[in-house]
Write a protein that binds this ligand. Sequence first.
Ligand SMILES: CN(C)c1nc(=O)c2c([nH]1)N([C@@H]1O[C@H](COP(=O)(O)OP(=O)(O)O)[C@@H](O)[C@H]1O)CN2C
Length: 189
Amino acid sequence: ARHPLNSRWVLWYLKNDRTKNWEDCLHKVTTFDSIEGFWSAINHIIPPSELPWGSDFYVFREGILPMWEDENNVKGGRWLVYVERARRAQDLDHYWMELLMALVGEQFGEDGASISGAVVNIRQKGDKVALWTKDAEKDGTNYRIGHVCYDVLRMQDPNVMRYEVHKDASARTGSCVKPRIVLPAKYMK
Ligand SMILES: CN(C)c1nc(=O)c2c([nH]1)N([C@@H]1O[C@H](COP(=O)(O)OP(=O)(O)O)[C@@H](O)[C@H]1O)CN2C
């Protein structure tokens, strides 16, 4: 391919199947390391908004499994964006594409090395787009990554992005997890 990317990326698909355990629902779709390979992968899958409920797409660096338990993720967290039901049609697919292009296009600069990958969750209760970072305690790094993400998604006040620690999310009992960082910062309680 003529336009190599800085890294190799793997596209994963999670097909919701209550009869299987979670990691057995995860399937590797393709691997790409060029702009051409990226577009070929994107053009061969249906957009998130057309996926069945309970599905996920993951685009993670090669060598990092898209799960909390991977050594690159176990201390990490995620910037989480809820897509309101009412804005699903115009925001979901757009957010996903913008985030992927920023990720594979290394728009996070040096901080890109601290990012494991991107996730989109298709849920009836509300879709989610997330960016996983490797170390939940590197607040400076995570702030910078969050700001780039907020801008790339053209989010504005009062839209809020929350940074959740995987340890809290994986241990969650209720649905809500107390975020470690909130953007814009003024909404941090
Ligand atoms: C290795 N392992 C089991 C494991 N490793 C994982 O990394 C991992 C899970 N399990 N996940 C399972 O999916 C449920 C829904 O989370 P959700 O984020 O889809 O959110 P919803 O409640 O479906 O909106 C989670 O509660 C968890 O059971 C999610 N997850 C990331």
